[in-house]
Design a protein around this ligand. Sequence first.
Ligand code: FUC
Length: 895
Amino acid sequence: MKYILSLILVVIVIFANAQSTQLGNTKKYALWYDAPAPNHGPDYSIVKAGGTPFDADWENWSLPIGNGYLGASIFGRTDTERIQLTENSLSNKGLYNIGSLTSFAELFIDFNHKNPINYRRSLSLDSAVSVVNYTNEGVQYTREYFASYPDKVLVIKLKASVAKKLSFIVRPQIPYLRNSDTTLLKDDGRTGTVNAKGNMICMTGNMQYYNINYEGLFKVINFGGQLEAENDINADHGKISVKNADSALIIVTLGTNYQLKSRVFTEPIPTKKLNGFAHPHERLMQVIAAATQKTSKQLLKNHLTDYQQYFSRVSLDLGGVESVLPTDQLLANYKKGKIDQYLEELYFQYGRYLLIASSRKGTLPANLQGIWSQYNVSPWTSGYWHNVNVQMNYWPAFNTNLAEMFTAYADYNLAFRDLGFKNADVYITKANSAAFDTIKGNNGWAVGTGASPYSIHGPGGHSGPGTGGFTTKLFWDNYAFTKDEAYLKKINYPTMLGMAKFLTKVVKPYNGLLLANPSSSPEQKVNNQNYETIGCAFDQEMIYESEMDVLKAATLLNDTDPIIATIKNQINLLDPIQVGLSGQIKEYREEKKYGDIGEYNHRHISQLVALYPGTLINSKTPAWLDAAKVTLNERGDVSKGWSMAHRLNAWARAKDGNRAYKLYQTLLQQGTFDNLWDSHPPFQIDGNFGGTAGVAEMLLQSHEDCIEPLAAMPINWHNGNYKGLVARGNFVVSATWKNNQAIQLTILSNVGGNCVVKFPGISKAIVTDKNGIQIRFKIVADNEIKFLSIKGSAYFISKIPTIEKPVTPQHLQAKIIKNVGIDLLWDTIANANAYNIYIAKESVPVYKKIAQKIVENKFFVKLDEKEKLERCTIKITAVSKNGIESEGAIAYVSF
Ligand code: FUC
């Protein structure tokens, strides 16, 4: 019996693995170009913060690879190849007192191939290998680049089709910031030497501000031909030349003496932060020695095994066809309105690729530019900006099946925690001294907007303390998606609890409510000044979300920390959502109509963080959801790259697939460079990640205690399928649809437990297990079923009926009849049997049905004058003969 049981288990496990790894989609995903990155050089007429001249060649055209330890931007040139290298701990003084990421090295390889034909360069997302291919004077040259996480190296493989035809010079350069005449433009405290010896070049030096010792090792292995190392008197021009070889390998590793330790953050004197940490030389020598013992085939195999285990978990087919056009042309056409589903699939997968390349366990997390910056002082210092940007980086981690990538951020957050405790003490002393607790740690921890590998800001200024709740949302989601209780206990919960402790102290009593004071909606300005207030939506919502998540986690863990009682008392006094006279979610309590205060089309949609990434505004709070749509419409679609990505996620949560899709198109059309990097401008990676998360959010949602496949599908994604997205509860979901109708939904239960699925008509569908045996389920509603899933089992939902909703009533007019009520009139719907009338007064979340079975296309809403209503939202739905209700026609009424 025992034997049979374990056999069954083995079969289940094999099946489960097959489910998650064997993806039917054979389409290939690659960015490709028929020319190298152009070589216009730096544009000295456009100088970015910190003095780096603008470099469109890099920003628009280079192709990024990375392994978390290093990032490489590849230009694919045939005369002199340029590979720009980044390592996320190399920082100069920068701006804002947190240092700035600075370029690590420029690696040049001289080929002197002047007449290339049949040129192609590409970046395969399936393999994370970039290839340059061309023919020069009858010889075909191939270069392959990949950044291996397991071997911690960048590998460049060079090959010529004819024996002894491969000759080149490898010369890494220290990227001093120079004028166009090559004199030094700025001294950022960088010193160093580049020395070639045997078959290795060592770039080593110091970056003064944090006293960082850095080193880069470049090993050149030639097969056939001759190799020669050369140095010149400048001591920083070491190079290796290879002549008449058949093929060659260049192996690169970079590092600094940085260590992700609490002390780095708490030590106030910049030059002492890394005191006592070993020089990276020995470590890097070992890395390179270990890598060079392996053949290039082995290195590639290690890389592929590592990379593909993550990347191949998800496939998405929207009906796109592999492009015969280079990616820049595909994008150019898309920008002109030639919508292409392959590009949409590609961009989605690119976000997943970029996250795997820039955020790995044991490395620093992905920063504002991921792990790719050619700047001396990077835009916004390539920081970890906590008022939206860094959180957005991790939005796709959970729903696109890459939860492991989040650990880089979690480890980073833990490392700065001690400074976070200090920040909280400082903040509470100043903002709410009455609430200050003298017991160490009891004021929780806090993070403001700015953060880097070396320091973090405290909260305040242009962004309120809600930045903390914005951050801990990731930690709750990490648990909600993975259900990893051990990690919840060890990492997520203490992090969330510490934040909640802080946030309980940033609020003060006002007329029976608890409001954050001071409070500010990120970056909003009035008369060019930061606008500081009391209890703005951003802070109230994020405090609420933080407290709500902590309560859920505390219940799971049976935690009885005294703060739990405080939170229970507080949470209902936070009044996070207020609806204003335009029917909008208010950004400020003192705001009446939309846009009264602050920039009308501001890039941040901070009053909607409870819609996304928060969950307080959802379809069970339909009046709030409608108010959120007002805000989104008023705020406008076109904005910065990341802002469009946030709007995309918000429209997906509003369950408006067509609008979400429009935002996705807008992001691609107005916020994307030729190398598909997100454009603020300049390049910021957050929009890439937010875009990927948004597409996943259209295809699958799970924030309403149920799994909702295809929750926000646009009409124009007629046919398609996806595999491997993740829903909260650790359910791996796949879906196939045809002619806008779901054909099959598959749910793999990774941890077991209740499986609640919401989908139109699902109560009449059939659920089977892998043997085709029908599973009995409980009908929660016509569109919701529930069954107990077994850990490791897959469930197949088919025969889902087509549900045709009646048309939404149009042209709803609401006329106020003073002191009496509201006169409603709308266009008659042909197939409607009757209409339902709803009202939501002031800021209530849920509509109240005030009339049903109305057969005429008009209605009078009687109001009680004594109520002194300021506003209400009216909703009219059409009901078909078989009782199906349409979407609502909405009127926002203010008195
Ligand atoms: C926030 C945004 C800006 C920019 C910066 C890095 O401050 O408001 O648009 O993305 O971060």
